[in-house]
Structure formats: C-alpha cells, structure tokens
Design a protein around this ligand. Sequence first.
Ligand SMILES: [Zn+2]
Length: 424
Amino acid sequence: MSPFVTVKDEGGGKLSAVPYNVAFKDDMTSVSLSLKKAAEAIKSPEEAAFKTYLLAASQSFLDNNWQPADEAWSKMNAENSKWYLRIGPDETYDDPCSRKANFHVSFALINKGSLAWQKKLDPLKNDMEKAIAAVGGKPYKARDVSFHLPDFIEVALNAGDSRPPHGATIGQSLPNWGPVANEGRGRTVAMTNFYQDADSKADHKTQAESMFCADTMNRWVENEDARLLDTLLHEASHNLGPSHEYKVKGKTDDQIFGGPLASMLEELKAQTGSLFYGEYLLNKGVLDKALVEQSHLTFTTWAFGHISNGMRDAQGKSKPYSQLAAIQLGYLIKEKAAVWSPEKMAANGKDKGCMTIDTAKFRAAVPKLAKTVVGVKARGDKKLAEQLVKDYVDGKAATDLHKIIAERWLRAPKASFIYSVKVD
Ligand SMILES: [Zn+2]
C-alpha cells in the first residue's frame, strides 16, 4: 500500500484507502498556496532551481503525486542554490507499522564547507565500495556506486515530523521511494548547527567527565570536525556495501532478518562504515591521525548518548541507534579497546567506575568489527545478527553497564535547539 494514503475504518470490518490530498485537503491546499507564493517572490535567476522545486512541491500538495517534486528537488545542490528545503511526507519512523510517511519541513542554509569534502571523497567512491565489499566477504560483490556525498546544512526551520520534542535528526537521505531514490539520484544532508550552543557544549563535557577516566578525558575535546566527519561518513556508508535492496538467495534484508532487525543492521553498517572509512581515509593520507583518533572519543560519547535512551521503546519496539551503539561498544570492550574500571574514579572525581579508550586497540578493532557487521549483511547471517543482540544488547554485563551509562548521562537536561543561522 502507498505510504501516501491513510487507512479509514468504514465500519463492519471494512477498511478503505484515502489519499493524503483527500484526507487532509484543507491543510494541503493551504501549504500548496504558500509554496506557490514563495516561488513567485523569487526573482533572482541564481535561485531558478529552488523556484522550480517550490512550484513542483506546490503541485504535489494538490495531487499527492510526489515524483515530480522529487525530480525537481534532486536537481538542487550546494552549487546552484543557497538554500535547502524539503517539504512533504517522508519518514515513517513515527507510524506504528513504519508504513505511512509523515509530513515535515526542513528549511536551511547550505554550508559550503561540504564542497571541500565532496571534492576529496568523490574520486574515491568506487574504491570505498571495493574496500567494504572486501571486508564483508562473499557472496557480496562490489557494485558500481553512484551517490551524492552529503551537503552540510544549517537548519533555520524544522517543523512537523522534523521537530520532535527532544533532539533532532542530524543526517538524512531522501527520498525514500520512487525513481529518484531507486536510481541513486537522491540527496543526503548533514545538519551542522545542532548541539553547538554554549549550554549544550557545557552539558556534553560534564557528561563525558562522568564516564571517562582522567587519562581518556584529557584527550577529549569538543571537536566539530570529528562530529561532521562521522555524520558524513555514516550517510555515505548507507550507499556502500550491502544495502536494503541487496539480496541473498533472492531475499532482501527485510525478508531475511525481519523489519526491525534489518533496520538496525543497516544503521549498524552505516555507523561501522563511518569508523571503517575513518581508518581507510587515514591510510590514504586524506585524513590526519589526530582527527581520526579524536573521532574515536566523539564516537564513544555518541554511543553513550544513544545507550542512555534505552534499547526499546514503551511498546517494546527496538531502537536501532541504541542497539547498534550497544553492539559497537560491546565489541570494543571485547577487544579491550574500551576498558571499564569499576574501582577507578571518573574524571569528574565524583563517580566511581570509569572508561578508558585505548587508541591503538580501537584502531585494530575497527576492521574486525567491519568484517563482522558487513559480513552479517553480505551473507544474510541471521544467526550471528541475533547473537550480537543477545550478547551486546541484552547480555548481563552489557545491561549492567547500560544502567550506569543511563544514570550518569541522563543527569544532564535534554538539549533544546537554537535555530539560528548567519545568512552573510
Ligand atoms: Zn543512518
């Protein structure tokens, strides 16, 4: 069934499909009109691509056909527009059955910093695909990859599904359906202006000090580049190696693993890919050692944050990011790259029990982790996937540590965002 229809209960057990533009006619007509007005206000030829998208989106809000809007949208980029806008129904996370797309809008200024990364990484894309295919092993074979590396954006307005009560999406690849998605012509963005206000930074440091031992904390700095690099490589990794459409013996990941486990594994692949490509780019001389080592600590605090949110929601639905963070941290502990010392005091001098990160062992663990994770997807290895969850998400040692992480991490207030961008 289409992601763009609602299901109406007609009574007597009869269900019918009602397209969004019928079910939400008044709201959608009003949005359509606003988009048209915005398009008409644009007079400068430099923003022609933006104007075309506004008009196409305006039409899609009337006829519920999102393909022409996606086509116009895919033609916008960091070089032909100052702005990033996405408006329409996209993600299904909030639908209980993960089937129906929710409406959202993200309006942002494009940060040209991403162009430098794109130039560095564009020539390496096919080689990056070969590297991940090799580490995952048979039967997966490297394919010809074509995808856009993420644009960096500074969000000025998030609304609807893009504006949850707490937190915000920091990376997104769209659209989810249709020819633009299937032909690799979609766009990926990394949101760069969240968690950057003074309060968020101070809270984050306090959190890190409550978990790391002093020797590790001494190496930790709030590093914006490490964070952006991680988001960039995570999003790029969704396009590399075995993805959702890859089949083992004719079966997709959904069919092999089941929806929730398949989603978690795809995210686990992307986040493992981020670590893996950090090493890869360091070996290629594209990244410097200090940045990659810094990114290990940034990754670890990122994992603490997701682990502190719990492994499942109130309905028992798996949280993919929390579970993948637990698997990665558990794996690093197994490899002694992350060491928990129950008797040592944390860097804040107040909490007993703290974590040390061993840089050399961390670096050695990354390719092994990639071999395990990408291998699971390459072979459709459900048994090993379930074992990873059993050991690192639900195992006794893991859950004991998760409780400590949650208790310390959740002392800090949840971040709220300052949606501010500097236009000139
Ligand atoms: Zn992802």
